[in-house]
Design a protein around this ligand. Structure first.
Ligand code: AMP
Length: 386
């Protein structure tokens, strides 16, 4: 079917000439948006919301920072505002690849839905089953889950998927990276054939296209072009390293943090081990920092993120998986301690700065051994050198 899908491509910063109030959303949602100070929908929201309200399936090819969460949360909430959930039968299921992302989507649902009486539950690892069971029994309108926990609860008979009206898949390409595609297929198969699907992915590798072809029904397809979004507001630099020696790289990183006007920043490492080492090293040298990666307890990750948001921690040292989708409003700097192995990750990493038109700086350490990956990045972002 993919050959039939017509994708509309829009620049991330394209002007939007509709107001939220013109999209047909519930006044209670408009009031919440107004409280948050959002004046206009972002391009993906302007296109996806009307389509979703018309019950169409939506394919959104968009990365974090484009407002994609609102694009699926807002129309879904609007439709759920009428009607009520029954025990164990969620009416909407939102599947996210990581706990952090799930928690952030939940935060959005809470904010946008503060004037609606919708029940929401978060099904993620690291939270006790008993607590989740109780909520599910009371009935939830919106269930936000990571694939593993959702399937667990389904197999334990705690959830019935027959009442699902909308299934949202967020960051599908990251699900692929994490090996969740078979889980996602099962989740699709568990939901009624008549459900609406809102499907989001930053990129469209062939495995994701296959899923879309199989499970989406004549979707409205919208792609948010990413290139000029970063180029305009983000300054990209590299520092050539004489070797890949880690001690030397840590010293270079410290120097860069101390000699740039860094309000706050994220340092990306390719390996979890290095995330820990770099965070510890920065702290020892008097730069407040903390690690965030998949092996750390959920409670600790949440706490770290809060401290980073509040400014208590200046530097977050992160792995790609943990950082994907993190909603950290204004980061002044992104440091690539390692050149990412996948050039797509470079775009995601630097996308953490320069958001919403703010200025941002990125600096990457490049050693001789990194040349191949570096060349791929240049190729992807279509420039000769950074
Ligand atoms: P997302 O791409 O969903 O991760 O959203 C990126 C950021 O933009 C989040 O901090 C949102 O709170 C914010 N945001 C989403 N929609 C709007 C909007 N219409 N106007 C201004 N900010 C928005």
């Amino acid at each position: 079917m993919s050959s039939e899908i017509q994708t509309e491509e829009i620049a991330a910063d394209a002007p939007v000439d509709v107001k939220f109030s013109e999209l047909g959303l519930d006044p209670k949602i408009l009031k919440a948006l107004d409280d948050m100070g959002y004046e206009k929908p972002t391009p993906i929201q302007a296109k996806a919301i009307p389509a979703a309200l018309k019950q169409r399936d939506v394919l959104g090819i968009a990365q974090t920072g484009t407002g994609k969460t609102g694009a699926f949360v807002l129309p879904t909430m609007h439709k759920l505002a009428k009607g009520r959930a029954r025990a164990r039968m969620p009416r909407c299921v939102i599947v996210c690849p990581t706990r952090e992302l799930a928690a952030q989507v939940a935060e959005n649902v809470e904010q946008y839905g503060k004037y609606l009486k919708l029940e929401m539950a978060l099904l993620i690892g690291g939270v006790s089953f008993a607590e989740q069971d109780k909520k599910l029994m009371r009935g939830v309108d919106i269930l936000i889950a990571t694939p593993g926990r959702l399937l667990d609860q389904f197999e334990r008979g705690k959830i019935l998927m027959t009442g699902v009206q909308t299934l949202v898949v967020d960051e599908a390409d990251r699900m692929l990276d994490m090996g969740f595609i078979p889980d996602i297929e099962r989740i699709f198969e568990m939901t009624p054939f008549t459900r609406q699907v809102l499907f989001f992915s930053a990129t469209m590798p062939s495995e994701i296209k296959r899923l879309v072809d199989q499970f989406l029904h004549q979707p409205v397809s919208i792609q948010i072009a990413r290139t000029n979004m970063t180029a305009k507001t983000v300054t990209q630099k590299i520092v050539r390293m004489p070797s890949s020696d880690s001690k030397q790289k840590r010293a270079a990183l410290r120097w860069l943090i101390e000699n740039n006007e860094v309000d706050n920043g994220i340092v990306f490492c390719n390996r979890k081990k290095d995330v820990d080492i770099v965070a510890k090293s920065l702290t020892v040298h008097g730069i407040s920092s903390a690690p965030i990666h998949g092996d750390l307890a959920q409670s600790l990750r949440t706490e770290t993120l809060e401290k980073f948001k509040s400014g208590e921690i200046k530097i977050l040292v992160a792995s790609d998986v943990a950082a994907r989708g993190l909603d950290v409003p204004s980061v002044s700097h992104v440091f690539n301690y390692d050149v990412p192995n996948y050039s797509e990750d470079y775009v995601h990493r630097i996308g953490r700065t320069g958001r919403a038109g703010r200025k941002g700086d990125t600096i990457m350490l490049v050693a001789r051994l990194d040349e191949k990956n570096y060349a791929e990045i240049l190729n992807l972002i279509n420039v000769k050198s950074i």
